[in-house]
Design a protein around this ligand. Structure first.
Ligand SMILES: Nc1ncnc2c1ncn2[C@@H]1O[C@H](COP(=O)(O)OP(=O)(O)OP(=O)(O)O)[C@@H](O)[C@H]1O
Length: 426
């Protein structure tokens, strides 16, 4: 008797049954599987993927022994094969739909050829890479298709324990970080609770969470994305108190070192630090303390040393540099600017030449070819703000416009005057 799971499902749904339950396709498959396993029915012709379970038996009784990479090699091999088998069965299913004869040849080759010849025959070029990922090619394109080759390199770097991304403004730092989190969860099987992302502002933490949820859905809910301060307050089980927040990081370091913090909260598999150029001494010490607790923890730090805006509170990109040299971190440079017009990037490149010591060795490269308008106004009398606004109003503004001033006060005055002239500004 021939049937499909869809037919079985609709037959069940149309059957007169008093106690009918809502079912999905997986329920039909599970039932078929169960019935065939207890040998109540025999399925022929269809195919079902079953994996032999891997049994791990503990033979080493010494609790002090540390496992090495070699120990994990076989496990790694098992999972690698498993992922490839899923792609192979998927390919077979596709061929069954499009070309039955071809599908038969595919199966025959699978059993006759040696494995690597089989792979080179059916999975050529980049497809060899495709079948090593535990995502379908379509899902991979949906999640990561919009990343540039440089951005993808960061996503694919699974080997380096310490990674620093020295990024330029508008180069897609946020985009890369959100996608890196998704890649860790979906392609590397890092569990949500093993991930910790630290940011400097609550706004950034919320933004990351929102974007991650948009990208991968609810699985993102359980990823810990926190500011340095809220992470510390959480560890010490205290509700945030701004007055004492200066000391909270120091206090946390002390408690961790004294073994007073629950291990699972601090021994994460991956730690991600956003805006890492803004670390001050305490924050850098905290990172080091967490690294001491778990020598195998992977750390990914992203920062732009040209945007060191918190120097007044002791922030310095020297800590990011120290992180690179102390840990022999792999450095990726992200210098393509997607946000700004060509001439604006050129101006910024000229401007940053004055900075004596930088992490990035390549100038920022504009992705946009066309130019915007740049006006540099040097005025020495505060009364000239009104003429500046007049000038702005007659420039024929379009797109987004940025006005840079030296002081906050000037910025406020200009915002006020623009609003008064019904130009949206903030
Ligand atoms: N690969 C890409 N292709 C097209 N657009 C991109 C790509 N990467 C980033 N962008 C766009 O570039 C802009 C800047 O990205 P994002 O906000 O992630 O950068 P950023 O480095 O975090 O910026 P900044 O630090 O300057 O605030 C966004 O509009 C984003 O959509």
């Amino acid at each position: 008797m021939e049937f499909s799971v869809h037919e079985l499902k609709s037959a069940y749904e149309n059957s007169p049954n008093l106690f009918k339950r809502h079912i999905v396709l997986e329920d039909v498959e599970d039932t078929l599987f169960y019935l065939s396993r207890i040998e109540a029915i025999k399925i022929e012709g269809g195919f079902m993927v079953i994996y032999n379970r891997l049994t791990i038996e503990r033979t080493e009784q010494n609790n002090n022994k540390r496992y090495t990479k070699d120990d994990y090699q076989r496990l790694h091999q098992f999972y690698e094969n498993k992922v490839q088998q899923i792609h192979i069965v998927g390919e077979y299913a596709k061929k069954m739909i499009t070309d039955y004869q071809h599908a038969l040849q595919f199966v025959e080759d699978y059993f006759q050829l040696n494995y690597s010849s089989f792979l080179s025959k059916y999975f050529k070029g980049s497809r060899q890479q495709e079948i090593c990922r535990n995502l379908t090619p379509a899902k991979f394109r949906q999640l990561f298709g919009e990343l540039s080759p440089t951005q993808l390199k960061i996503i694919h770097n699974k080997e380096a324990q310490h990674i620093v991304v020295a990024a330029g403004p508008g180069s897609g730092k946020t985009r890369v970080l959100v996608h890196k989190l998704a890649a860790l969860l979906l392609m590397e099987d890092v569990k949500q609770e093993q991930l910790l992302m630290i940011t400097f502002s609550r706004a950034a933490a919320t933004e990351f969470k929102k974007r991650l949820i948009r990208l991968i859905g609810n699985a993102a809910q359980y990823v810990e994305i926190k500011t340095f301060h809220s992470y510390c307050f959480d560890l010490l089980g205290k509700v945030g108190n701004l007055e004492k927040s200066d000391l909270i990081i120091k206090k946390t370091i002390e408690k961790i070192r004294n073994g007073e913090v629950e291990a699972s909260r601090i021994t994460k598999t991956v730690l991600v630090i956003d805006e890492a150029q803004d670390m001050n001494e305490d924050e850098y010490l905290l990172i080091n303390t967490l690294m001491e607790q778990n020598e195998e923890m992977r750390v990914i730090a992203v920062g732009d040393d040209d945007q060191n805006v918190y120097e007044f509170r002791g922030s310095s990109s020297k800590y990011l540099e120290a992180f690179i040299s102390n840990n022999n971190a792999v450095k990726h440079e992200l210098v393509e600017n997607y946000r700004s017009k060509n001439n604006l990037v050129a101006l910024a490149n000229e401007f940053v030449k004055q900075i004596p010591h930088r992490l990035k060795s390549t100038p920022i490269v504009p992705v946009q070819n066309d130019n915007g308008k740049i006006k540099i106004v040097n005025y020495k009398n505060r009364n000239l703000i009104v003429p500046l606004i007049e000038d702005l109003l007659h420039t024929g503004l379009s797109g987004t416009v940025c006005v840079l001033t030296k002081t906050n006060h000037e910025a406020l005055q200009i915002t006020g005057l623009l609003l008064k002239n019904k130009i949206p500004a903030n």
